[in-house]
Design a protein around this ligand. Structure first.
Ligand code: PHE
Length: 337
């Protein structure tokens, strides 16, 4: 029995000195197997327990358990030390980087860019006006009567008397004509505001793109041709354009115009409410009253103007069915474009 206990003691100091001299993780793993695995050195000693006299067994067992614990602790400690060193000294440059998200333009602004490109091709320049307008530019100069319902507090956001958030981009027509003599050929994209309750097709803030072309001899045919050329470039050769009589105080005659449904090709679907057409905005020939206001000779010049719902066009081209998605700025939505 003493013989065995001596051997165990010898094994213990052998094991500890071996662990003391180990200097890398791989060697440590090998020693662990050598000492502690099922076929390892310690197992051999455990195998002897059943061969010594019964009264000696507890002592032998206890001694082996003690040594096992000592070795395990030492291995654990050495392993931890290796991990610390590894953390400090090694930086693995070959690991793949985590993908970062690259920002891009909002889908609405991508659409604005494309609208600008198309109209550039037809000789239109870009003009801008302020979002905060006076009621003169937003209404009066556009020949809108004092009692017109669009002036109502429930439709227009007033900042104070006479100052408001523009309800359309049409005031840019006036600001442009005040500054420049004909020919004038501009588009004016930008934000507009109306006091609407948000739902799938209404947002209190939205985008329009105004168009204005004034020169000698500009006709309603030019308006139709321009809108049709735009529709075909934006949505493809097969899109049809339809003009319906309408009323606006600043154009005469006035129309509303529709594109044949981009989704179903005019056959009828949920998006076009099964009538095959999609309303885009209003347009018409500039009213002589407006020319008078900006000092243009309405005997000499004629012109057309149109509005354009940028949100509508964006929703159609990307098949978005709720306008609110365009203004909530949820990155999970925006990243898709
Ligand atoms: N400003 C009009 C609107 O917001 C659209 C329009 C623009 C109509 C230009 C005629 C000419 O509904």
């Amino acid at each position: 029995m003493d013989d065995i206990l001596n051997k165990i003691k010898e094994f213990e100091s052998f094991a500890l000195s071996k662990l003391e001299s180990v200097n890398d993780k791989k060697a440590l793993d090998a020693i662990k197997i050598e000492l502690l695995s099922r076929k390892g050195r310690l197992s051999e000693f455990y195998g002897m327990v059943s061969k010594v006299p019964t009264e000696m067994r507890p002592k032998l067992g206890a001694e082996l358990n003690r040594i096992k614990k000592v070795i395990q602790d030492k291995i654990e400690l050495t392993d931890k030390a290796f991990r610390e060193v590894f953390k400090k000294e090694f930086f693995d440059y070959t690991l793949p980087v985590r993908a970062s998200f690259i920002g891009h333009k909002h889908p609405l602004l991508q659409t604005v860019d494309d609208i600008i490109t198309i109209f550039h091709g037809m000789g239109f320049e870009v003009a801008h006006g302020p979002d905060v307008e006076t009621d003169y530019y937003n209404f009066d100069a556009l020949n809108t009567p004092e009692d017109h319902p669009s002036r109502d507090l429930s439709d227009t956001f007033y900042i104070k008397k006479g100052i408001l958030l523009r309800t359309h981009t049409s005031p840019v027509q006036i600001r442009t004509m005040e500054k420049k003599k004909p020919p004038v050929k501009i588009i004016a994209p930008g934000r507009c505001y109306r006091s609407d309750t948000p739902d799938a097709s209404h947002s209190p803030v939205f985008y329009q793109c105004e168009g204005l072309y004034v020169d000698e001899g500009v006709s309603f045919g030019d308006l139709k041709g321009t809108i049709t050329a735009f529709a075909r470039t934006m949505f493809g050769k097969n899109v049809k354009v339809r003009f319906r009589p309408h009323f606006f105080p600043f154009t005469e005659p006035s129309v509303e115009y529709d594109f044949s449904c981009i989704i179903c090709g005019g056959k009828g679907c949920r998006v076009c409410k099964y009538n095959g057409w999609l309303e885009i905005s209003g347009a018409g020939m500039v009213d002589p009253e407006v020319f008078k206001t900006v000092g243009y000779d309405s005997e000499k010049y004629t012109g057309f103007a149109f509005g354009m719902g940028v949100d509508r066009i964006t929703m159609l081209r990307y098949q978005i069915d709720d306008i609110r998605l365009l203004y909530e700025n949820d990155v999970r939505f925006i990243r898709q474009f």
